[in-house]
Design a protein around this ligand. Structure first.
Ligand code: SF4
Length: 297
């Protein structure tokens, strides 16, 4: 392919992604006479025509370069091929328009800050889960921009988070920061939170009662922020937010809906540290997220 043809393809791909995002935004504002672009179709097209190494940042290149992972008894993902036949056609535009539980009207930033501070104080004094209260050093509320367009939603605090009182620090936090930066965002521009605010002992998964007890806290956080996108990191986050039991491999690669937010499901950074081959799938998920916003990575 000549350089000129590649340039044309790239311009066209950017135009398609931008048009799709703009049309969906217009629909959200109530202007319904324009057709909704299909992000999935755009993604396939982008993959076919613009996947060139020079478009990928150095960090991203590392994430994109691993071979495909195989399924395993440890919860490793099925291949894209095995998950693909189960994919539903994208109908995100109508799902969003028909959302029966939209976020209430967004509050001014100062009110969000006030409400978020009150909520953080409530979390700090919460004793609803006796098993977690005994083992926690402190609660880990969440942090970031209260007007963030993108929220990253993880599972539970680990040892480093419990010590520092901040979400996603330590090795998995460093990887998450690099993933955010690969999206051309700063960590301070997004909001990061977990399903539960207290560290489960020995890093076990939070149990059903603990997830239920803590749910109203993250729901209120999301309601105050009104994110356009939520990225679920790992199975616990995805299952909790989407009320699904499907594997990450089955849920990733397409958009879901939570209230007015589009939801992307991808692998948890600690899983990616254990299974580096899965990084290319996480990178694909982040590219899909950004392409939907008209940003070509
Ligand atoms: S996990 Fe949530 S609900 Fe349970 S004690 Fe901690 S803050 Fe309270």
């Amino acid at each position: 392919m000549s350089h000129e043809t590649e340039s044309h393809l790239l311009s066209l791909s950017e135009a398609i992604a931008g048009l799709s995002a703009t049309t969906q935004q217009l629909h959200r504002l109530g202007i319904e006479f324009l057709p909704v672009g299909d992000p999935e179709a755009g993604k396939v097209w982008l993959h076919e025509h613009t996947q060139r190494p020079e478009l990928i940042s150095p960090d991203s290149r590392t994430m994109a370069s691993g071979p495909r992972p195989s399924s395993s008894a440890t919860g490793a993902p099925p291949s894209v091929e095995s998950a693909s036949p189960n994919r539903e056609p994208s109908s995100l535009g109508s799902e969003l328009l028909e959302s029966s539980n939209p976020y209430p009207e967004a509050l001014p930033l100062a009110d969000r800050q006030r409400r978020m501070c009150r909520l953080a104080a409530e979390v700090a004094g919460c004793t609803a889960c006796p098993g977690l209260v005994q083992s926690r050093t402190q609660t880990v509320f969440g942090e970031g921009d209260l007007a963030a367009k993108v929220c990253f939603f993880g599972e539970a605090p680990g040892a480093d988070e419990d010590r520092q009182g901040r979400p996603f620090v330590g090795r998995s936090g460093e990887l998450l920061t690099r993933m955010i930066q690969a999206c051309r965002l700063a960590r301070e521009e997004v909001y990061i939170l977990n399903t539960v605010k207290c560290r489960p002992p020995h890093n076990r998964n939070p149990d059903r009662d603990e997830l239920g007890n803590c749910r109203h806290f993250f729901e209120t956080q999301l309601e105050l922020i009104h994110p356009e996108y939520i990225v679920c990191l790992g199975a616990v986050a995805a299952h909790t937010l989407l009320n699904s039991k499907a594997s990450v491999g089955q849920l990733r690669g397409r958009f879901h809906v939570y209230r007015n937010s589009k939801v992307v499901v991808t692998y948890h950074p600690s899983y990616l540290l254990r299974e580096p081959k899965a990084k290319r799938f996480a990178w694909d998920d982040l590219r899909m997220l950004m392409a939907d916003q008209g940003v070509i990575l």
